[in-house]
Each structure stands twice: as structure tokens, then as C-alpha cells.
Design a protein around this ligand. Structure first.
Ligand SMILES: Cc1cc2nc3c(=O)[nH]c(=O)nc-3n(C[C@H](O)[C@H](O)[C@H](O)COP(=O)(O)OP(=O)(O)OC[C@H]3O[C@@H](n4cnc5c(N)ncnc54)[C@H](O)[C@@H]3O)c2cc1C
Length: 393
């Protein structure tokens, strides 16, 4: 008899998990709390690393098709506060099939994944927020708002950083930790009034005097950018209007020698702010019929560029474990055994990366002087990120 799985969260982990479960012979139903057509703009775009893209292949999902609306960004130029290029580093790939780390608008990625799920006959129910569940010996009964409960053999909590499923599995926490950085992002809509390196595929990341800034030239001539202003307190929606947020960002980069201020001035709407959080060790990943995946289980700081890839890898492993083990709980135990050590190492690495994004004037001068040599030493025996990027399912 086909077993039914309810997947809470139609983001990356949830949609790919639904596809993986379907492939493993389960009847998967996907529930997304947002209404249909309402995009999630966090970060505006994201860079999906080559390990995550390669993992899609394990589900017969063609990364070229899923990421068709994006563009390749296989390398990264690091720019110092004085505008000097300090180092060029590999961002991942090419994999054996030619796949490289790719940058894509978040809304386009989610839409492509949803289309792949629908193509496989997986129903997506929008505007359905998981609120609670009860578990019995034979399965789980999940409640979505005031609708009647739905019974199934498995509930996958892929409901993101503020996961309700995680709260129910781990009533004592943890809660996400704010890392002291805000996020902004956008796409230029007019010409940039500054000299700009437009090398295709080269992502730039610059250590500004007061904030970190990243940008990439897109094939259509626009520039995609993000900023990470430091802030002791997390931002609240009422802290800025659209105009005051844009003006604040332009001001933050006014004294920097790289073209951040000009790029933001060429952008109609600076999206954000979002807070930067990660999640310390989540004690319980699963019970007999409930399991967490993606950010719900282990949120990686955005600066690691690995949250999406970890979510995809989770989904692939979950599907494989469920296809292999007869008993659901055994499969979930195996899934955690395989995934937990890797994701916790990636979360720790992401936290270390994020901590050096801004420095005082003296710290910045030392960093700019030392970084080229430090990078040469770090990369002399190959890419120190290889354990993340070269991981294959
Ligand atoms: C500003 C920013 C920039 C980032 N940049 C990058 C990057 O460049 N590269 C990278 O790899 N990662 C990046 N990340 C991290 C990445 O976005 C996440 O790791 C990734 O989205 C995790 O996928 P997920 O499916 O677990 O969670 P999500 O993508 O957050 O999806 C969770 C989904 O669940 C839905 N949901 C929530 N609660 C419920 C509920 N109770 N019931 C039903 N549905 C629910 C939400 O609406 C959402 O659609 C960034 C994050 C931020 C905040």
C-alpha cells in the first residue's frame, strides 16, 4: 500500500523532499503557508553551490533546467576597503557534468522546483500553515489552521528557520540566534554611474568601511547586489521605510572606493532588511513519524552560501533512507546519522565566515594587507572548501 507523507513547507527542502519521497514510492503532499503567487524575497537572490546542484541530479532533476533563470558564478573576487582586488577564489565547480555554482532569484528557484513537483503529480496546497500534530503508533495526524486534521505515515517539517514542527519536536528550543548582521539586496534598474568590473561569472565581495557588500553582473546587463550592514539589534519591519532603507544603505557605502553606493543609486527598490540568524544544535531531528529537513533542522548563516545546498542534500538522503529501510523510524534514524555531522560542520564554518565581515579602520588595513598572502597559503594545497563543494551524493 502506498504510504502518504505530508510535507510542511514548500521552500527548497520541502519541495525537493516531496520529489525525493515521491521517487521513493510515497504519496507526497506539499503544504506551503504562503498564498500562491506570493514570493519569498529574502535576500532577493541566492547563490546555490555546486554540491547542492549536483545533488539534484540524484533525483533526475536537471540543474540546468531548475536553475535556467539564473547565471553561473563559479568564482569570487574579494575587494578591500580601498577598492583593491585582494584575491580571486573558486566558488565551486565545474562538476563532472559541467555544473557550476549558480546565482538565481529566490522566486525563480522556488517556481522551478514547484513546477518540477507538479510535473511529477505532487499536489501543492498553498495558504496551508502547519499548526500542530499528534503522533500515534501507526502515524501522525497534522493540523493546518482550522481545517480538519490529515492523517499520514510521515510528516516532514521543512518549514524553515522558524519551524513550527521543530518547536513541537523540541519544546525546550533552541531558537534561532541573531548574528549581528542585517541583509539587503536588489537588482539595478538603471545605468550604474561608476566604473564596474563586468567579468561574466565573477561574484564580487567587498569589505566596506562600515558594511560588507557583494555584487555580480547579470547577463541582461543589470547588477545583482547584497549588503550586510552590522547592527547590534535585529531589524523590525517598522525600523525603515523603503526610501529610508535605500538612503541608509547609500550612506553606509558613501566613503568606499568600490561602486556600492552607485549600484544602490541605480536600483529603484533596495529590498530588506532581513536579519541574519543561524541555529545552534537542534537536539531532536525526528520521532517515529515526524522528521525535520533544511533550515528547520540546521540553519546555516547566509554568508556560507550553503543553506540551499544543505536543504537539497537533506532531501536526497531522506528519500534514499526511506526507499531503503522498511520501517519509517529506522529510515529517519539513518537519515540523521548521515546528515547531522556534515550539516553541523557546515553551520560552524558559516558562523566563522560571517564574524569577519566588518572591522575597524586598523583591522581593515591589516586585513587588506594580509588577506592576499593568507589566501595564497590557505589555497596552496587546493580549495579548503572542497569538503563542502566536492561532496557528492
Ligand atoms: C538574506 C538571506 C540570503 C541567503 N543567501 C543564501 C545563498 O546565497 N545561498 C544559500 O545556499 N543559502 C542562502 N540563504 C539560506 C537559504 O535561503 C536557506 O538555507 C534555504 O532557503 C533553506 O531552505 P528551506 O526549504 O529549509 O527553508 P525555506 O526556504 O525558508 O522554506 C521554508 C518554507 O516553509 C514555509 N513555511 C513556514 N512555516 C510553515 C508552516 N508552519 N507550514 C507550512 N509552511 C510553512 C515558508 O513559507 C517557506 O516557503 C540565505 C538566507 C537569507 C535569509
Amino acid at each position: 500500500m502506498t504510504k502518504t507523507a505530508l510535507v510542511a513547507g514548500g521552500g527548497i527542502a520541502g519541495t525537493v523532499a516531496a520529489i525525493a519521497l515521491h521517487r521513493a514510492g510515497w504519496h507526497a503532499r506539499l503544504f506551503e503557508s504562503r498564498p500562491e503567487g506570493v514570493a519569498d524575497e529574502r535576500g532577493a537572490f541566492l547563490t546555490v553551490a555546486v554540491n547542492g546542484l549536483a545533488a539534484l541530479r540524484a533525483l533526475d532533476l536537471d540543474p540546468g533546467k531548475v536553475l535556467a533563470a539564473g547565471f553561473p558564478t563559479p568564482s569570487l573576487a574579494m575587494i578591500g576597503a580601498g577598492g583593491r582586488r585582494l584575491a580571486v577564489l573558486p566558488l565551486g565547480g565545474p562538476a563532472a557534468d559541467g555544473t557550476v555554482t549558480t546565482t538565481i532569484r529566490r522566486a525563480d528557484l522556488y517556481a522551478a522546483l514547484h513546477a518540477a513537483a507538479v510535473e511529477r503529480g505532487i499536489p501543492i496546497e498553498f495558504g496551508r500553515r502547519l499548526t500542530s500534530y499528534t503522533e500515534g503508533r501507526g502515524g501522525v495526524a497534522a493540523t493546518f489552521g482550522s481545517d480538519p486534521e490529515i492523517e499520514a505515515g510521515l510528516l516532514v517539517g521543512a518549514d524553515g528557520l522558524r519551524s513550527r514542527t521543530r518547536e513541537l519536536l523540541n519544546p525546550a528550543g533552541p531558537a534561532p540566534t541573531y548574528l549581528g548582521l542585517l541583509n539587503a539586496g536588489g537588482f539595478t534598474t538603471g545605468p550604474v554611474d561608476a566604473e564596474l568590473d563586468r567579468t561574466p561569472g565573477l561574484m564580487h565581495m567587498a569589505f566596506g568601511r562600515r558594511s560588507f557588500f557583494g555584487w555580480a553582473p547579470a547577463p541582461d546587463g543589470s547588477v545583482w547586489w547584497f549588503a550586510n550592514p552590522p547592527s547590534r539589534q535585529p531589524a523590525r519591519p517598522s525600523d525603515f521605510t523603503a526610501e529610508s532603507w535605500r538612503a541608509h544603505l547609500i550612506d553606509l557605502f558613501a566613503d568606499d572606493a568600490f561602486p556600492a553606493a552607485a549600484i544602490i543609486r541605480a536600483t529603484d527598490v533596495a529590498i530588506g532588511p532581513w536579519n541574519t540568524d543561524d541555529l545552534r544544535r537542534v537536539p531532536v531531528w525526528h520521532s517515529a513519524h515526524v522528521v525535520l529537513a533544511g533550515d528547520a533542522a540546521h540553519a546555516v548563516a547566509p554568508s556560507a552560501g550553503q543553506g540551499a545546498s544543505m536543504a537539497i542534500e537533506d532531501a536526497v538522503v531522506l528519500g534514499r533512507c526511506l526507499a531503503k529501510a522498511g520501517e519509517t523510524q529506522k529510515a529517519l534514524t539513518e537519515y540523521e546519522r548521515i546528515r547531522r555531522p556534515r550539516v553541523e560542520r557546515v553551520v560552524a564554518a558559516g558562523r566563522r565566515n560571517g564574524s569577519g565581515k566588518t572591522a575597524g579602520p586598523v583591522g581593515a588595513a591589516i586585513r587588506d594587507a594580509m588577506l592576499p598572502l593568507a589566501m595564497k597559503l590557505l589555497y596552496r594545497k587546493g580549495n579548503p572548501q572542497a569538503w563542502i563543494l566536492d561532496h557528492r551524493m
